[in-house]
Design a protein around this ligand. Structure first.
Ligand code: FES
Length: 242
């Protein structure tokens, strides 16, 4: 008897685990701010806003660590965003990814606002060289220290957020899931700003399975619908979040 097998198309946000890459990598250098230079195959380097899941070989912990990129490395691999891990130079890692939806900088953007609500701005750093390459002016809004920033980038405190968003034609933001309501409250009543602005938000949440096991730890309710930060994000359109 012949069997007929029907292949259904994957939904747009589906994370195809067969397309994820797994590779060995090693830690080349650890910087004072906790970021790490990781040497890995180029196809594993996550774009801004995407992440890898990393397990340190020989570690007692079975839970992988989400690793975001900060800057491309001039030699090989990439510099991660700030991490809090007990890793050391020379340690070897098993990496899986890149995973998730990252930022997409509109080619026409010329006034870019980067805003980080509650942590180091390092996950947004990778957008700076891309913006400068297309002659955009960049303003970073943060109350956190900003070492290693190109001099052309202006820094403003968080209480200037609305003014900077009014000026910008594109904004990329970074907020912990637990503080999303604070960001919403800050933007409430500014519909004239947010309606015309193209903006994306990286939502941070624990992501232990990275979309492999549907564990639900990273869940977020948006407009009465469950979303998973690990695969529907971690970067969302601002309008989806308001
Ligand atoms: S981390 Fe498990 S479903 Fe998102």
């Amino acid at each position: 008897m012949r069997k007929i097998i029907t292949c259904l198309p994957l939904p747009p946000n589906h994370v195809n685990i067969f397309q994820m890459k797994i590779a060995k990598a090693h830690i080349e250098e650890i910087f004072l701010d906790g970021s790490i230079r990781i040497i890995c195959p180029p196809e594993l380097i996550p774009g801004p806003g995407q992440y890898l899941l990393a397990n340190a070989d020989g570690s007692d912990s079975s839970l992988p660590v989400p690793v975001f990129s900060s800057l491309p490395s001039p030699h090989a691999g990439f510099r991660s965003a700030t991490l809090s891990v007990p890793w050391r130079p020379g340690d070897s890692l098993t990496l899986r990814g890149p995973i998730g939806h990252g930022f997409s900088l509109p080619p026409a953007a010329r006034r870019m606002a980067l805003a980080v609500w509650d942590d180091s701005p390092s996950r947004l750093h990778g957008l700076i060289p891309m913006a400068l390459k297309q002659n955009a002016v960049v303003v970073l809004v943060t109350n956190f220290p900003t070492p290693d920033l190109p001099e052309v980038v202006e820094v403003q405190p968080l209480n200037a957020l609305l003014d900077v968003l009014q000026w910008a034609d594109y904004a990329a933001m970074d907020v912990n899931r637990e503080n999303l309501n604070q960001l919403r409250e800050r933007l409430a009543g500014s519909e004239q700003v947010t309606a015309k602005l193209e903006a994306q938000v990286l939502v941070r949440a624990p992501m232990p399975c990275g979309a492999l096991a549907d564990c639900g730890v990273c869940a977020l309710i948006l407009h009465h619908e469950w979303k998973m930060v690990c695969k529907d994000g971690p970067v969302f359109g601002l309008k989806e979040l308001l």
